[in-house]
Ligand binder design. Structure first.
Ligand code: AHG
Ligand code: MN
Ligand code: MN
Length: 326
């Protein structure tokens, strides 16, 4: 069975990925394989628990946030194709090689609250072409619209370690074969169902939502007795990678809307290394991805760690949600 499955390089060659970009993707994936080993060793590898540090987002870093960031950063800085990198766990842009053709942004460990409970966690990454008109360490390297991404992906450290990736063509899924240590193609083209009966949202934030979003969720919850005339189920992994993976496989809608919890921070998820790569993966699998009014991939970023509301998944359900928000 395994020998029939395609390895990563020939699959991406079919998507016309050039050799430099291919090597860069492999740099990220080699780092993710090291992270996967630490994740599977868990307490035995001393990766559980917190550090005493806060990152630029004001969140206390977990040990694995720091370890995963260091593994990916060290690997990327050794690759001469990397002009610059940006990470959730780095305050500023980190310059790489002045002649590198690409810049890379990543969330080294998404779903940090799941680390200590042996839940789903992952690494999210995105690659853009480097800009020659600004210095390597300039934030402007990353102020590109999501539609300019040349590659987006995540590695999900779950029951299996999976890679979900697009380089502009289809969104493909690979499974890490622990015997050969290779990612093997297991779903050549993910296709998100247009309709769904599953939604993912943190219901504990309900009182902080605007009334239009409250109405939408309340109509989902009313089920077959309400205006939607069908029963919905709620699922929440507390890790965007897990929730987005669920909807890529089963259909669904994932939402982290704006809220009034903290006026300084009206949204939670970060545009550069969470919303944009996930939006590209979702769109290339036939789904939709919006903030509350516009396509996420059209947003022109203004700051490195900028946050955005996120509504993504099954196309018809995203449309239904947006009608309420208009
Ligand atoms: P991170 O672990 O990289 O900080 O991201 C966590 C994000 C995202 O993965 C998830 O969807 C969301 O935060 C969970 O939010 P709640 O704490 O509201 O459940
Ligand atoms: Mn995250
Ligand atoms: Mn993170």
């Amino acid at each position: 069975m395994q020998s029939l499955m395609q390895k990563l390089t020939p699959s991406l060659r079919a998507d016309r990925v050039n050799p430099e970009l291919m090597r860069l993707i492999n740099t990220i994936l080699d780092a993710s394989k090291d992270i996967a080993i630490s994740v599977s060793q868990g307490a035995l590898a001393g990766i559980l628990g917190s550090t005493q540090h806060e990152n630029v987002q004001g969140e206390t870093q977990k040990k694995l946030d720091v370890i995963a960031n260091q593994i990916i950063k060290d690997a990327l800085l050794k690759n001469p194709q990397v002009r610059a990198l940006a990470s959730e766990e780095e305050d500023d842009v980190v310059a790489g090689s002045p002649t590198g053709a690409y810049v890379v942004a990543f969330d080294p460990l998404d779903g940090s609250s799941n680390i200590d409970i042996n839940g789903q966690i992952g690494t999210i990454f995105t690659i853009y072409k480097a800009r020659n008109d600004v210095p390597a360490n300039s934030e402007l390297q990353f102020q590109q619209q999501g539609k300019q991404q040349v590659c987006a992906g995540y590695v999900l450290y779950g029951a299996s370690t999976l890679l979900v990736i697009t380089t502009g063509g289809p969104t493909r899924c690979f499974t890490l074969d622990s015997k050969s240590n290779q990612f093997l193609l297991t779903v050549p083209e993910l296709a998100i169902a247009k309709d769904t009966q599953e939604f993912a949202v943190n219901m504990a934030n309900q009182r902080f939502w605007n009334s239009r979003f409250k109405d939408y969720i309340s109509d989902l919850i009313s089920g077959e007795t309400g205006i939607r005339k069908k029963r919905f189920n709620m699922r929440w992994n507390a890790a965007m990678v897990g929730d987005v993976h669920r909807l890529l496989i089963r259909g669904g809608i994932f939402m982290y809307p704006s809220d009034s919890r903290d006026p300084k921070q009206p949204a939670k998820l970060r545009l550069l290394y969470e919303a944009n790569p996930m939006a590209m993966l979702v769109e290339n699998a036939g789904g939709k991805a919006f903030n509350e009014s516009e396509r996420i991939l059209d947003i022109v970023p203004t700051t490195l760690h900028q946050r955005v509301p996120v509504i993504m998944g099954s196309a018809n359900e995203v449309d239904s949600c947006l009608i309420y928000l208009r």
